[in-house]
Design a protein. Structure first.
Length: 70
């Protein structure tokens, strides 16, 4: 992701992350390249959002739509 963020300025993806307590969750991750005033890369901003509930809802909907009606 860093290579993509370096080259394009932005990279996005979904990953399994681990909380401090060791539990896992699905996260949407966005990495943005940060530049100085001259446009030279100086670092990255990483934003991670827990999307576990969204993924579970999508899976339930997918299951419900594939199950034949009784």
């Amino acid at each position: 992701m860093l290579k993509t963020a370096y080259e394009k300025g932005l990279a996005e993806g979904e990953f399994q992350r681990v909380r401090k307590d060791g539990s896992r969750f699905v996260a949407s991750v966005v990495v943005t390249r940060r530049n100085d005033a001259a446009g030279n890369p100086i670092g990255y901003l990483l934003m991670s959002t827990d999307i576990t509930e969204k993924k579970q809802s999508e899976e339930k909907l997918r299951y419900a739509s594939s199950t034949p009606a009784v």
